[in-house]
Ligand binder design. Structure first.
Ligand code: HEC
Length: 175
């Protein structure tokens, strides 16, 4: 009888003991909070590219894409469209709330303005259609300039490039 009572008591206590063990003690909670604060500080001090810096990357990718399409090097053009898309995504990620576009959020404006032109470029490049490529490329340039207008930077007009910036990456398709 006494043994049974002890067993029941143990069974009753056991789950309680687990619950107590799972909840962190006050000291642990304080330590977790301190670690969280340190993590937030680290995130703040981590790599955060400036918007102007990221725009220079966009400018280079935009030009590279043009010369790849003009040379009808569709593999290279496909690659450059993807790189440009990733560069646009990175702008929205790292400068989501840039002051230039306030009260609008850059994180909203960027995809809204560039999604269409990027999709058109993908289609043109996939179908190896130079005329469609040129049209889609101009559509992208209009989107670039359009956002500069929204940001109050009307002097930043994006156009078709005429001269390759760098010529150490061959644009001619491999023979
Ligand atoms: C969502 C808005 C937005 C889009 C889309 C956008 N830009 Fe910009 N761009 C800006 C803003 C804002 C600035 C001004 C940055 C600053 O003052 O730091 C800028 C500046 C620039 C500059 C000037 C950089 C310099 O230092 O001289 C270039 C070049 C540029 N953008 C290229 C492009 C290209 C190419 C595209 C399209 C592929 C593009 N941008 C799309 C917002 C945008």
């Amino acid at each position: 009888m006494k043994k049974t009572a002890l067993t029941i008591l143990a069974l009753l206590l056991f789950p309680c003991a687990t619950v107590v063990a799972a909840a962190p003690a006050a000291g642990d909670r304080a330590e977790i909070q301190a670690l969280r604060r340190q993590l937030d500080e680290l995130k703040k001090s981590g790599y955060r590219p400036e918007l102007g810096e990221q725009m220079l990357i966009l400018q280079i990718r935009h030009a590279r894409l043009w010369f790849a399409g003009e040379a009808e090097n569709w593999n290279l053009a496909t690659y450059e469209v993807q790189e440009l898309k990733e560069a646009l995504d990175a702008v929205a990620k790292y400068n989501a709330d840039d002051a230039n576009l306030q009260p609008l959020r850059l994180a909203d404006v960027m995809p809204a303005m560039t999604r269409g032109p990027i999709a058109d470029l993908r289609k043109a490049v996939d179908s190896k259609n130079k005329a469609a490529f040129e049209k889609a490329f101009d559509g992208l340039s209009v989107a670039c300039t359009g956002c500069h207008h929204v940001a109050g930077n009307d002097m930043l007009v994006i156009q078709r490039p005429e001269t390759p910036l760098l010529d150490n990456l061959r644009v001619a398709p491999p023979r």
